[in-house]
Design a binder for this molecule. Structure first.
Ligand code: ASP
Length: 425
């Protein structure tokens, strides 16, 4: 018999919040004792290590998640009408959510609250990376209108996967690869699919290890942030406004956009009933911060309360967990704009359009787990020409925002399942 009591573990979200507080305290003490170099030499590297680990896993994660996602669509041929409809609606809601995020980030401009001198110092730190990216952008402008095809189709996949800024090329290869799996004989495809199933679990386990480092990473990054900003509170007001912008955007999507969709296309479902039914799912997603963990609850509620048929819910919802992340994509857009604003990077219209496009695609590759977006965000930042180190600015306060965006993600899945179901009837 095992009499050993298990030590109560502090939940990860609490560890992250404690890490955030510890980082701020360490930073303030370092400033008071004038030992900022100690922080930059001995503490910050742990935060940078965390960011590097996120970058490390990004390409394998995107590749495997996408292959698994596309291969999972094999039932589409069976439900061809249902599949196309579902994917189209998912794509539309994500595009609207991202556009809304871009709009909110551009209108509110939370990054402007950062003290100008400090922002100038940060720009100096990242000058080389920013200049390099600006040069690359200029070179692109000199090319013909179809040059973007070169950014999508890699000439060499090893080369493409060797650079985190080539996200689109990796996505292209993954989709081509997965479609080919769907088109070969089942007998040959089976071992490959099984292999990717296992690989997916392995990669998610690795992501899990890395996310467990988040409290350490957040402590170090927060301490670094406080010393980098020399105790200037403006970063915290900017972060506050950024968090409020994200929160308002999430509430608007959850309580205005989805109800409007249900009202317009939800057939017999009344908005009031939808909101009442979905409330416990939102709470569950909010507390777990994982749309994948919430999936069984979403399924149960959608079937029993919103009377969605099992056939539709078991097809639409699992796909939604991977493909449809409206909260995450809207959040990513605001986060990228915020980092660019703090680092003083003026985004051109074409860069903003790239952000729009990238965030729609990248939310597909984001796993439905707590902090799943960090991994992807590090890569999207690099691909749109913003130093991934900018992530350090926002990771510290991410957990509450993660809880909110997960609630949005699951509400979106449930709304689309209800609409698809009503349209079937
Ligand atoms: N936690 C989110 C989810 O599970 C993913 C993310 O945005 O980090 O839906």
């Amino acid at each position: 018999m095992n009499n050993r009591k298990r030590r109560p573990t502090i939940p990860l979200y609490l560890q992250i919040l404690l890490g955030m507080a510890a980082g701020i305290i360490i930073g303030i003490i370092a400033l008071l004792l004038h030992v900022e170099t100690f922080v930059s030499h001995w503490i910050m590297p742990w935060g940078q290590l965390f960011i590097r680990m996120l970058q490390l896993i990004a390409i394998p994660l995107i590749f495997v998640t996408l292959v698994k996602g596309v291969v999972g669509l094999k039932d589409i041929s069976k439900f061809s009408k249902l599949g196309t409809k579902t994917l189209l609606i998912y794509l539309c809601t994500t595009a609207i959510a991202v556009s809304f995020g871009v709009g909110a980030g551009l209108v509110v401009h939370p990054g402007d609250l950062v003290n100008k001198d400090i922002a100038a110092g940060l720009q100096e730190t990242y000058q080389n990376v920013i200049a390099e990216k600006a040069l690359a952008a200029e070179q692109v402008q000199g090319k013909g209108p179809l040059s973007f095809l070169n950014d999508i189709v890699p000439g060499n996949i090893i080369h493409a996967a060797g650079n985190n800024s080539n996200m689109l090329q990796v996505i292209f290869f993954a989709i081509l690869f997965a479609v080919a799996i769907l088109l070969i004989s089942q007998e040959k495809a089976k071992p490959v699919i099984d292999f990717f199933d296992g690989l997916n679990d392995v990669i998610l386990k690795m992501v899990d290890f890395i996310i467990r480092l988040a409290p350490m990473g957040v402590t170090a990054l927060m301490a670094g942030l406080v010393t980098d900003f020399k105790g200037d509170g403006s970063i915290f007001s900017a972060l506050g406004l950024y968090a409020v912008t994200v929160a308002v955007a999430m509430f608007v999507i959850m309580f205005l956009f989805y109800p409007l969709m249900i009202w317009l296309f939800g057939g017999k479902i009344r908005v009031k009933d939808f909101l009442r039914a979905i409330y416990p799912v939102q709470l569950f997603a909010f507390t777990t911060s994982s749309s994948a963990v919430t999936l069984p609850v979403t399924m149960k509620v959608v079937e029993s309360e919103l009377k969605v048929s099992k056939e539709v819910s078991s097809f639409v919802l699992p796909i939604g967990v991977t493909v449809n992340m409206d909260g995450t994509s809207c959040y990513q857009a605001i986060a990228i704009l915020f980092i660019a604003q703090v680092l003083g990077i003026d985004l051109t219209l074409s860069q903003i359009l790239t952000i729009l496009f990238m965030t729609i695609l990248s939310s597909i590759g984001t796993p439905g787990i707590p902090g799943g977006t960090y991994v992807i965000l590090a890569m999207v930042l690099t691909s749109v020409g913003i130093p991934a180190e900018g992530l350090a600015l926002i990771i510290g306060i991410d957990r509450p925002l993660d809880m909110l965006r997960t609630a949005v993600n699951v509400t979106g899945d449930a709304a689309v399942a209800s609409i698809v179901d009503q349209r079937q009837k």
